[in-house]
Design a protein around this ligand. Structure first.
Ligand code: LLP
Length: 420
């Protein structure tokens, strides 16, 4: 799919109008894209959204209304799920806490509300038993292999800190039994942005683990990691083929165990990445030797994926006057305002600066960074004293401010100068 390099509207609303109403930098999400992605996964028994990808309350509310359940990795994310209307109890559980560590505040919330837990470390078993006697739990297993779009997003294999090492599975089931807990599910997540070949291997491995746990298992989870197309040449994954692989394995497992087994999937990026754009203003256009730069009012404080992983994001120019007239293209390096040379959106893994072919632009035009709905705002920071961007959700043709831009006053909140 060839994405346009000149983009005058997002979700049917003129970029110019969005900027007039909400300023820059601003994340804009299209609810229709999220709804459509959810529908594509409807064959799974449970779609459990990994809210770490985008935890905005309006996004969570949208998920909940569409029947999507939620995953939480911290007390803060549990609280977000509650605030968006998710309850604690139920079968399947509306909220699952999946982590390798129980922060004390997370354990308090889990115990108080009876939140379902997916344990990624053996120590969590006794910690849970002490605070929630008799609870059921699921185990996140590290199958000994993994895959991701970057080494930093590969969550399987012995270099990964995630999950219970597959050889320790029986030990953990015994530990749970001794602590008076029952293991009712198995979960495997090998990484983010993995390819289909690797993801397909997981289904077999996961069901093998479930057999080793035994007949108490009533649910398995395929984890997240479904890739989405960032580059023009990337293809959409064949979700139906992926479902068929898992469903086949699940059916054989259910037959062996003698009862139905629920099949969950736990995507983050797949549901939201393509729904989001970061809109920034071009504040400087300049030359450094042979390179031509556009410098924006958003940097890695707003979108960290390029500096962290050399991640590629599609970009387009939105002219300030709203004109859709073609402009000559040129090779441009796109950077932000931060006092750090790595503050470049057009970089490959290892920090190698590259350029992007974009329309001619001048100060005051806007730059629209696409596929920014996942791991965008949630990884934003206040580095260099920058307030985090506003967030806007477009729903039924109307743009709603769903998170106000941070103010300069917000940046000082909680700080004190001790009196002498
Ligand atoms: N389930 C578990 C247990 C996970 O650890 C993750 C992601 C997901 C599901 C969702 O993965 P997804 O479907 O979104 O790929 N900041 C990185 C991604 C880190 C993912 C961490 N865990 C990025 O920007 O690519």
């Amino acid at each position: 799919m060839r994405r346009p390099r000149l983009q005058t509207a997002i979700a049917g609303i003129a970029v110019r109008d969005l900027v007039r109403d909400f300023g820059t930098p601003t994340y804009v999400y299209d609810a229709a894209v999220i709804t459509e992605r959810i529908a594509r996964l409807s064959r799974f028994d449970v779609v459990r959204y990994a809210q770490k990808a985008n935890g905005n309350l309006a996004v969570l509310d949208l998920m909940r209304r569409r029947g999507v359940l939620v995953d939480a990795v911290s007390a803060g994310e549990i609280q977000r799920a509650f605030a968006a209307g998710y309850g604690a109890g139920g079968d399947p559980p509306p909220i699952v806490y999946t982590a390798d560590v129980f922060d004390r505040d997370a354990l308090d919330l889990v115990a108080e509300h009876g939140i379902a837990v997916n344990c990624g470390s053996p120590d969590m078993i006794e910690q849970l038993a002490e605070r929630a006697p008799g609870a059921e739990l699921t185990l996140r297993v590290n199958p000994g292999f993994g895959h991701g779009h970057s080494r930093k997003t590969n969550t399987g294999g012995e270099h990964s800190k995630h999950g219970i090492w597959h050889e320790d599975l029986e030990d953990c089931v015994a530990r749970a039994r001794r602590a008076g807990l029952r293991v009712t599910g198995v979960h495997v997540h090998i990484g983010s942005g993995a390819d289909m070949e690797h993801l397909a291997l997981v289904a077999k491995a996961c069901c093998g683990f479930a057999r080793r746990v035994g007949p108490d298992v009533t649910a398995i989870s395929a984890g997240g990691g479904l890739p989405t197309p960032y580059r023009d040449e990337d293809r959409d994954v064949d979700v139906d083929a992926y479902f068929r692989i898992w469903d086949g394995e699940r059916r054989r497992l259910a037959e062996d165990l003698g009862h139905p087994v629920r099949l969950e999937i736990e995507p983050g990026r797949y549901l939201v990445a393509e729904s989001g754009w970061l809109v920034a203003e071009i504040r400087a256009v300049k030359r450094e030797g042979a390179n031509h730069f556009y410098l924006l009012d958003a940097g890695f404080n707003a979108l960290a994926r390029p500096i962290l992983y050399g991640a590629y994001h599609p970009m387009a120019v939105a002219p300030a006057d709203g004109s859709a007239a073609e402009r000559p293209l040129r090779d441009v390096v796109v950077g932000g305002p931060l006092c750090e040379s790595g503050d470049i959106f057009t970089q490959d893994d290892g920090g190698v600066v590259r350029s992007e072919r974009l329309p001619e632009a001048k100060v005051g035009d806007f730059l629209v960074i696409g596929c920014a709905g996942a791991y965008g705002f949630v990884m934003a920071s206040n580095y260099n004293g920058k307030p985090r961007p506003a967030e806007v959700l477009v729903h039924d043709g109307k743009a709603h401010l769903v998170r106000a831009r941070e103010t300069l006053a917000d940046l000082l909140r909680g700080e004190r100068i001790p009196s002498e």
